[in-house]
Design a binder for this molecule. Structure first.
Ligand code: FMN
Length: 186
């Protein structure tokens, strides 16, 4: 048994400890946006991953208590706005239920009609493909219909989140190979 093993009986897991444990998984940050009856909608999200290449599917997980998600479901579509390293304020703003989220950011509608936030690293324009209940969250799967970057350029860096803090990448070594590991310089 590994050292420092903790009880893993579901009933014994303390939710604060569980949240703290999951904070060891570093992630990027996105704002999931949509528009319903001319009103932009959005919330900050880190529970996001790619599901399928063909067809192109992505997924995010949202709390059942989200104000925004029922409106996004009604719209039937959403954009994933992957935030840049200098957009921590945008992440904080869109994580506040009931806040005036839209007067402080510039955005443009995508071809599906979803808000694309200015200077995000990359955006994906999606149609809702499926939704599954999972505990106190919903797992939403979207089919990607279009994608693009909104002007930050190739030098843009992602906003990261780790153990409750924002950060950005510090590359380990110069490596241009995406799949193969970097060769040792020794
Ligand atoms: C860094 C960060 C990551 C978050 N990730 C998620 C997430 O993956 N899913 C989620 O439902 N809420 C997530 N939240 C919390 C929501 O942004 C927050 O509950 C917000 O109030 C939801 O807005 P809404 O209620 O207007 O929909 C995250 C917040 C922060 C700051």
């Amino acid at each position: 048994m590994p050292a420092n093993t903790e009880a893993i009986h579901t009933t014994a897991i303390n939710s604060q400890r569980f949240r703290q444990a999951l904070g060891h998984f570093a992630s990027g940050i996105m704002v999931i946006t949509s528009q319903l009856e001319g009103e932009p909608i959005g919330f900050t999200c880190s529970a996001f991953y790619s599901v399928s290449m063909n067809p192109p599917l992505v997924s995010f997980s949202v709390k059942s208590s989200s104000y925004s998600y029922p409106l996004i479901r009604q719209a039937g579509r959403f954009a994933v706005n992957i935030l840049s390293a200098d957009q921590a304020d945008v992440s904080r703003l869109f994580a506040q239920q009931g806040a005036d989220k839209w007067s402080a950011v510039k955005w443009q509608a995508s071809s599906l009609g979803n808000p694309v936030i200015a200077d995000c690293l990359l955006w994906l324009d999606c149609a809702i493909h499926a939704e599954h209940a999972a505990g106190d969250h919903l797992i939403v799967i979207g089919e990607v219909k279009a994608l693009g970057s909104s002007g930050s350029g190739a030098a843009a860096q992602p906003l990261l989140y780790f153990q409750g803090r924002y950060g950005q990448l510090t590359p380990l070594a110069v490596c241009h190979e995406e799949i193969m590991p970097c060769r040792s310089t020794a």
